[in-house]
Unconditional design. Structure first.
Lengths: 67, 333, 431
C-alpha cells in the first residue's frame, strides 16, 4: 500500500503538533506551517503519520492512498 | 435511617473529584489554546493530557451520578437526571445535570468529529466553558460540605486556577485591544467575586438546606442546628400532651399538641390523607423548630429526633369534639 | 429555415472588428448554426474533434480543451448530471481580452458553452462574469434573452457575478462562488471536473477557449490547425500594452513577439516585456523579440502564453519597481487562506519593495530566494507559484538593476517614473 501524507493548507493553522509527532517527515517553516517531505510513507513510519493525522487539532492532515 | 449510607460519602467524594478534574481539564484546555509549550511539554502532550483528564471527568462524573441516585437517603430516582425535576434541591441539582450534559455532548461530538466536521465540534466545545461554573454552583448549592474548611479550600483553589488561566487566555487573545481585554478580565474577576459573595450569603448561611429545597424529612439529620433537639427531647421524657385534631383542605389530618409539663414545647403531627401510615412530626420550642422528622403511625406514633426515639400515644378526649390527649415518651435511639 | 452558406473564417477569427455586440441574427449569418449533437456517438465524436484540434485553454493554464471535455464527460456519465461554467471573470488586471471578446461576440462565446454542455452531457450552464465588466455582462444578458426568445433549446442558464479579485477566476474559486461561498479557491481533491457546482462534475472553461471551441465545432479540427504551428495550432487573443495604449489583438500562434510589437511604438524598442500575466515572466529585450508565441519554445525560455498579456516596459522605466508593485499587489490579493502564501508573499513583497525603492543588502536578496523556495507549491492554488515565478524572472531579467540598486540605491526611474503595470485599488469583497 502506497500512502502519501498531505496537508490541507486552508485548514492548517500552524498548531504544530504534527512536526512534534512526525519529525522524520514534517518540518515547520519560519511561520509555523508544516513542510512535508514528499514521497511514500514507509511502513515503519506509518504509525507516526497516522498519529500526526489523528492529533491535528484542525483535521488538516490526510493520508492519501496512491495505489 | 438518619445514618448516612456509604453511597452518600461516595457521591460526595466523587463529586469533589469530578470538580477538581474538571478544573484541571479546563485549565489544560486553555493552556492548549494559548499554544504554550516548553522543552519538556510539547503541544501534543498538553493536548493529550487535556483529553485524557476530560475522560476521567466523565468517569468520576458517572460514579457521582450513579451513587447519588442509588443513595436511599436522598431517594432521587432516575427523574433527577432530568434538569430541575428532582425532589432534592431541584435548581442546584439541575444545574449539575446541565453541566454533565454539556460534558457528554463534547465527548460525543469529539468521537464523531471526523463525521461532523471541525466547525460543529468547535461550537460544542466552546459551550463546555459553561460547564465549569455550572459544576461549581452545583457543588456549592447542592453539596452538603460548604461549611467545611477543606471543601472551601478546594473550591477556592479551583476558582483561582480557572481565573488565572482565563486571564492568560484573554491576555493572549485580546492583546491588541487593551480596553476589551480589561473588560473581559474584569468580567471574569467580577464573576468570581459574585461567586464568593453569593456563597457567603447563600450556602454558608444556616437555613440554606431548606431554602435550597431539601425535602423536610431530611432536614433533621443535616439541616437543623445540632444539639437543641437533644436538650428538650432528651431520652427519659414522660409528658402529658393535650391538643386538637383538624382536617386540612387537601385531606391531611393535623394534630396540634402542647406538652403539659413543658408548655413551650409544641408538637404537630401531619398525617397524609390516605392514612398509609406516613406522617411527619414537627416539634417547636418557643416557636423555634427543634425537630422535623418523618413519623410512623401505627398503635403509637413514632419518630426519630436526632439521637432520640420519640413515641406518642393519642386518644380522643371525649367522643364528640376534636380534642385529643396523649402521652409523650422519649428514649435513646 | 434557409440554409445559411458560411465560409470558414480566416484571421481574425474571434475579434471581428465590430464595436457593438453582435446580434443573434448577424452571428448566425457570420458563422452559421451551432451543430446539434443528437446521439452519444456524436457527442464523443465532437470531443475527439476538440482533442485533434490541439486547442488549449486560454485562461492561463493552457490545458488541452478536448482532454478536459473528455474527463468531465466521463464523470458526468457516472454522476448523471453535469454543469458548464463559462469563466469570464478575468481577474488579471492588465488583461482585457476576455471582456472585449464577450462584449463583441457574446453569442460565439455562449455557443462554445452550449457545445460543451452538449458534448459532456451537462444539464446546466453558469455564466460567471466579473461584477465590474458592465459591457460584457450586459452583452451576455442581452444575448441570453435573444436566444430564449428565438426558441433555442438550450440548457438552463444563469449569470453569477464574480467579485473583482485576482483569484476569483481560479476554477475552484469560481465553483465555490457559484455554490454560494466566497470566490476563494478550495482544497483539491476533489477538482471541479469531479465535483463542482451543486457537487456535480463541472467543466470550467475560459471564454476565449469556448469561442475557439464554438468555431472548431462548426468548421472542424483541420480548419483550426490551418494556422499556427503543428504543436501550437490556431490563433489566440493578446492584450498588448505599450505606453498608455491597450490593444486586444488576435494573432496566429507561432508569431514572433518582435512582430507583435512591431510598429506599435516606432523607434523605441522596450527594455523588457512581461508575458502571460502577473503570474507570467519578465523577458529581456531583444532576446524576447525572437521568441515565437508557441507553447514549447516559450516553456524552454522559462515563460508561457498564460492569459495572453504582452506588457512592454519602456527603456526609461525600472523593471524592479514594476516587479515590486506587481508582487505587492499579488501579496494583497491572496485569499488569506494558506499560511505559507499569506506570510511568504508578504515577506517577499516587502523586501522586494525595499530593493526597488529603498535600501537592502545582498543577504536580503538571498532571503527573497529562500522564501520563494519555501512558498512555492504550498498553497491550495497556484497563486503563490505564479507570484514566485514572476519574481524570479524579474530578478533574473533585471539582474543588472539589482546590482545597481544594491550598491547605489534606487534609480531615478524607480523613484520618479509613473507605473506601467496597472495596479487596481478597490474595496476587498469576496462575493
Amino acid at each position: 500500500m502506497k500512502v502519501v501524507l498531505r496537508v490541507n493548507p486552508i485548514k492548517c493553522k500552524a498548531e504544530g503538533l504534527c512536526a512534534e509527532l512526525f519529525p522524520e517527515r514534517i518540518q515547520l517553516d519560519e511561520w509555523g506551517y508544516p513542510i512535508i517531505e514528499q514521497g511514500d510513507i514507509p511502513d515503519d513510519q506509518l504509525e507516526h503519520a497516522q498519529r500526526a493525522v489523528a492529533e491535528c487539532p484542525r483535521l488538516a492532515l490526510i493520508l492519501q492512498d496512491q495505489t | 435511617m438518619s445514618q448516612p449510607s456509604p453511597l452518600w460519602y461516595a457521591t460526595r467524594g466523587a463529586g469533589i473529584a469530578t470538580l477538581m478534574l474538571l478544573t484541571a481539564a479546563v485549565v489544560l484546555g486553555i493552556v492548549t489554546s494559548v499554544r504554550w509549550k516548553s522543552e519538556d511539554w510539547p503541544r501534543f502532550l498538553v493536548a493529550a493530557l487535556h483529553r485524557n483528564i476530560s475522560l476521567f471527568v466523565i468517569v468520576f462524573g458517572v460514579v457521582h451520578v450513579i451513587t447519588a441516585i442509588a443513595d436511599p437517603i436522598t431517594s432521587l430516582g432516575l427523574k433527577a437526571l432530568v434538569p430541575f425535576a428532582s425532589d432534592y434541591r431541584p435548581l442546584w441539582l439541575g444545574i449539575g445535570v446541565i453541566s454533565a450534559d454539556l460534558l457528554l455532548a463534547i465527548v460525543a461530538t469529539s468521537l464523531l468529529r471526523d463525521r461532523l466536521g471541525y466547525v460543529a465540534w468547535r461550537v460544542v466545545h466552546w459551550l463546555t466553558y459553561a460547564s465549569w461554573p455550572l459544576a461549581m454552583l452545583h457543588s456549592l448549592g447542592t453539596g452538603t460540605d460548604p461549611h467545611s474548611g477543606w471543601f472551601m479550600l478546594v473550591a477556592a483553589g479551583c476558582t483561582v486556577s480557572i481565573l488565572a488561566a482565563l486571564f492568560w487566555r484573554i491576555n493572549q487573545g485580546l492583546g491588541e485591544h487593551p480596553n476589551l481585554r480589561l473588560l473581559a478580565q474584569g468580567a471574569c474577576a467580577a464573576g468570581a467575586l459574585v461567586l464568593v459573595v453569593w456563597t457567603a450569603g447563600g450556602p454558608l448561611q444556616a437555613g440554606w438546606a431548606r431554602a435550597a429545597g431539601t425535602p423536610s424529612y431530611l432536614l433533621a439529620s443535616n439541616g437543623a442546628t445540632p444539639g437543641s433537639a437533644s436538650a428538650v427531647l432528651a431520652p427519659g421524657v414522660v409528658d402529658q400532651l393535650q391538643g386538637s385534631l383538624s382536617q386540612a383542605r387537601d385531606g391531611t389530618l393535623q394534630v396540634s399538641l402542647s406538652d403539659m409539663q413543658n408548655p413551650a414545647l409544641q408538637i404537630t403531627l401531619n398525617v397524609a390523607g390516605q392514612g398509609a401510615g406516613q406522617a411527619s412530626l414537627t416539634a417547636t420550642q418557643n416557636g423555634t423548630p427543634i425537630c422535623q422528622a418523618p413519623a410512623r403511625v401505627a398503635v403509637a406514633v413514632t419518630a426519630q429526633c436526632g439521637q432520640t426515639q420519640v413515641t406518642i400515644t393519642l386518644q380522643r378526649a371525649d367522643g364528640r369534639s376534636n380534642a385529643i390527649v396523649g402521652e409523650l415518651t422519649t428514649e435513646a435511639a | 429555415m434557409a440554409v445559411v452558406q458560411v465560409e470558414a473564417p480566416t484571421l481574425p477569427r474571434l475579434v471581428i472588428g465590430t464595436d457593438a455586440s453582435e446580434s443573434l441574427a448577424s452571428h448566425r449569418a457570420r458563422v452559421g448554426d451551432l451543430p446539434q449533437l443528437r446521439s452519444e456517438m456524436e457527442r464523443w465524436e465532437m470531443i475527439s474533434v476538440l482533442e485533434r484540434s490541439g486547442l488549449r485553454g486560454r485562461g492561463g493554464a493552457g490545458f488541452p480543451v478536448g482532454t478536459k471535455w473528455r474527463s468531465v464527460a466521463v464523470q458526468v456519465q457516472a454522476a448523471r448530471y453535469g454543469v458548464v461554467l463559462l469563466n469570464a471573470a478575468e481577474g488579471e488586471p492588465a488583461s482585457a481580452k476576455d471582456r472585449v471578446l464577450v462584449a463583441l461576440r457574446p453569442h460565439l462565446v455562449l455557443d462554445g458553452a452550449m457545445l460543451g454542455a452538449q458534448a459532456v452531457g451537462a444539464g446546466e450552464v453558469i455564466v460567471y462574469v466579473g461584477r465590474e465588466m458592465t459591457e460584457a455582462r450586459q452583452a451576455l444578458e442581452r444575448a441570453l434573452r435573444e436566444r430564449r426568445s428565438a426558441g433555442l433549446k438550450e440548457p438552463r442558464t444563469r449569470v453569477v457575478e464574480a467579485p473583482d479579485r485576482y483569484v476569483a477566476g481560479e476554477e475552484s474559486a469560481a465553483v465555490h462562488r457559484v455554490n454560494g461561498g466566497d470566490a476563494k479557491p478550495t482544497f483539491a481533491p476533489p477538482r471541479p471536473f469531479q465535483r463542482g457546482v451543486h457537487g456535480a462534475p463541472t467543466l470550467v472553461q475560459n471564454v476565449e477557449s469556448l469561442a475557439h471551441a464554438a468555431l472548431v465545432g462548426r468548421f472542424g479540427d483541420a480548419w483550426f490547425r490551418s494556422i499556427g504551428t503543428p504543436t501550437s495550432p490556431g490563433s489566440c487573443l493578446l492584450t498588448v500594452r505599450t505606453g498608455d495604449q491597450v490593444r486586444v489583438r488576435e494573432v496566429e500562434l507561432g508569431t514572433r513577439i518582435g512582430q507583435i510589437l512591431a510598429g506599435l511604438d516606432p523607434g523605441k524598442p522596450p527594455r523588457a516585456i512581461l508575458l502571460g500575466g502577473y503570474f507570467g515572466a519578465w523577458l529581456p529585450w531583444p532576446r524576447a523579440a525572437d521568441l515565437s508565441l508557441e507553447y514549447e519554445s516559450l516553456r524552454a525560455a522559462g515563460a508561457a502564453l498564460g492569459c495572453g498579456l504582452v506588457l512592454s516596459l519602456p527603456q526609461d522605466r525600472c523593471g524592479l519597481a514594476e516587479g515590486a508593485r506587481v508582487l505587492s499587489y499579488l501579496a494583497d490579493e491572496t485569499a488569506g487562506q494558506c499560511g505559507p502564501c499569506v506570510h511568504g508573499l508578504r515577506a517577499m513583497a516587502d523586501t522586494f519593495w525595499r530593493l526597488a525603492f529603498a535600501r537592502v543588502r545582498a543577504s536580503d536578496v538571498a532571503q527573497i530566494e529562500r522564501w520563494a523556495q519555501q512558498v512555492a507549491g504550498r498553497g491550495a492554488c497556484r497563486h503563490p507559484d505564479g507570484a514566485v515565478g514572476m519574481l524570479r524572472s524579474c530578478l533574473a531579467t533585471f539582474a543588472d538593476e539589482v546590482q545597481e540598486h544594491l550598491h547605489h540605491g534606487p534609480c531615478s526611474a524607480a523613484l520618479h517614473a509613473p507605473a506601467v503595470a496597472p495596479i487596481p485599488d478597490g474595496e476587498i469583497r469576496w462575493r
